[in-house]
Design a protein around this ligand. Sequence first.
Ligand SMILES: NC(=O)c1ccc[n+]([C@@H]2O[C@H](COP(=O)([O-])OP(=O)(O)OC[C@H]3O[C@@H](n4cnc5c(N)ncnc54)[C@H](O)[C@@H]3O)[C@@H](O)[C@H]2O)c1
Length: 328
Amino acid sequence: MSNTTRILVTGAGGFIGHHLVKRLKQEGYWVRGVDIKPPEYEDTAADEFQILDLRRWESCLEASENVDEVYNLAADMGGIGYITAFLAGISCNNILINAHMLEASRSNGVKRFLFSSSACVYAQYKQKSADVSPLKEEDAYPADPEPGYGWEKLYAEELCRYYYRDYKFETRIVRFHNVYGPLGTYDGGKEKAPAAISRKVALASGGGHIEIWGDGQQTRSFMYIDDCVEGLIRIMQSDHREPLNLGTDRLVTVDELVDLICGIAGKQLNKRHDLSKPQGVRGRNSDNTRLREVLGWEPAISLEEGLRATYNWIASEIEKKSLVQAAA
Ligand SMILES: NC(=O)c1ccc[n+]([C@@H]2O[C@H](COP(=O)([O-])OP(=O)(O)OC[C@H]3O[C@@H](n4cnc5c(N)ncnc54)[C@H](O)[C@@H]3O)[C@@H](O)[C@H]2O)c1
């Protein structure tokens, strides 16, 4: 890949897409960003930013015109509350985006196409205990993914593989495990655990309580956004066409995550567990053996460091909002 490469990032108004555009611009690439909405918290760094609905075929043709590489990050998605609530809408929207973006990119002569998949493709029956074994790429089969979001991601992965098999269209497939960081959604219903907990901690008074979804013993691994962006670019540049995990393999319980964030905030809070709320699979971790083999690299930014940056950003956004409200 040289700096004359022209790159399209879809979902560039979203969390990962916005950070990726910034990084690609720092490296000197020409970048087009596309999304159904502009970025929420700061202006895009893209050379061109188009507002398009990528469920529509004509929009996908327009978006992928005259570019060499496509990072397809656009998706209708959110945290566990959101993806378990809207199975039909999420599946239908994402099937349309993925099929249209893949075919439009191929017919426009794009050289490489990266699809952002998810750890939600992994078989649910392999994630029943909190001390779960890390998931290897082959653990997605026999298939039993998350309803809705997981099924459509798994099928889009297959579609990418068929496009290479039948058309020799170069596709890359990345399975993200819980990405977090500044400039990610932290309220409104689409936020994920690190952002939601940071918001609750920032809003709570010391000695008060915060509500935790589930019993707090469910486990996950979390990857900081800068590692995610680094991994994405490395995977795009690699020759690896099969699905690849991109995450960390440090497993923590949700209660441990809360304790870390409370420590950063310097607040002592009581946890109130709400068992009526969705909590997803019991445990999920990333096996990075293949990632290390393929890239000679894996995410390394510590959870403590990443959460500090994330918490500080969310706390400062909340502070800004309350100052604006007080002045109004
Ligand atoms: N963040 C994570 O932890 C995580 C985990 C697994 C997979 N992923 C995948 O990574 C990708 C990026 O995720 P993110 O965290 O940045 O999410 P995000 O919601 O911040 O970004 C997705 C973007 O896609 C856009 N979009 C939705 N429908 C669209 C449409 N019809 N046309 C054009 N744009 C549309 C949204 O407006 C949004 O800006 C997604 O494919 C997601 O499924 C993310």
